[in-house]
Design a protein around this ligand. Structure first.
Ligand SMILES: Nc1ncnc2c1ncn2[C@@H]1O[C@H](COP(=O)(O)OP(=O)(O)OP(=O)(O)O)[C@@H](O)[C@H]1O
Length: 190
């Protein structure tokens, strides 16, 4: 059922369901409770069409947007004020607020993730470096450079055993009498 009243101030609609737009059909509305609805923001223009109303009814907020009027009315023909824009505005505010909160949560979580990852990596590197340093310090091969110089006769060419990709290899005799091969690393800056 969908008609305008004689004063052309109100639109009479069948109040059937907040979720089923198809119930606006004339056949379906027969014998159902009726009420007056008027536009809150623009009473003079009866701008409702069957389409726009059915769209509005489709929203769950429809009932919440209906505010009881003040004048004397029959129970079955209650007058309501309805601001169709209010629902959208409220929805827009809720959407904006939830999006902002969600975005903030996302940014915080992402930052937290990367900070934690960085801290864990540094802790791991420190641990690994510590282990490496320990190994080198405790190793018997941790020999002072001066001893290697003496052992190889100051990296004399006569002691050279060969040439590798990262340096020359020299024969050396350690203070304890052991013969060793010493690689003298050469760093190329180019
Ligand atoms: N223990 C050793 N005893 C005798 N000669 C050695 C010894 N180690 C290396 N050499 C000699 O030094 C040369 C270069 O050895 P090196 O291990 O440096 O080769 P490389 O694998 O090419 O080096 P790099 O690892 O720097 O690329 C060898 O070809 C060999 O002649």
């Amino acid at each position: 059922m969908f008609t305008t009243s004689t004063s052309f101030q109100h639109v009479v609609v069948s109040f059937l369901s907040t979720t089923a737009p198809n119930l606006l059909d004339d056949t379906e509305s027969k014998g159902r409770k009726r009420m007056h609805v008027e536009r809150f923001s623009d009473k003079k223009k009866i701008a409702f069409t069957r389409d726009s109303l059915s769209q509005v009814l489709y929203y769950d907020e429809f009932v919440k947007e209906l505010v009881p009027g003040k004048s004397k009315q029959m129970l079955s023909r209650k007058k309501f004020r309805w601001n169709p824009e209010a629902g959208h505005r409220k929805m827009a505010i809720i959407l904006a607020a939830s999006s902002a909160v969600l975005a903030l949560l996302l940014v915080t979580a992402t930052m937290g993730f990367f900070i934690r990852k960085n801290v864990m990596r540094k802790r791991r590197e420190r641990k690994q470096f510590g282990t490496l340093l320990d190994t080198v310090n405790k190793s018997k091969l941790n020999v002072p450079y001066e001893i290697l110089e003496k052992a190889t006769n100051y990296f004399n060419d006569d002691n050279k055993l060969g040439q590798g990709g990262s340096g020359s290899v020299y024969k050396g005799v350690m203070p304890d009498g052991n013969t060793v091969a010493v690689k003298r690393l050469s760093f190329n800056s180019t």
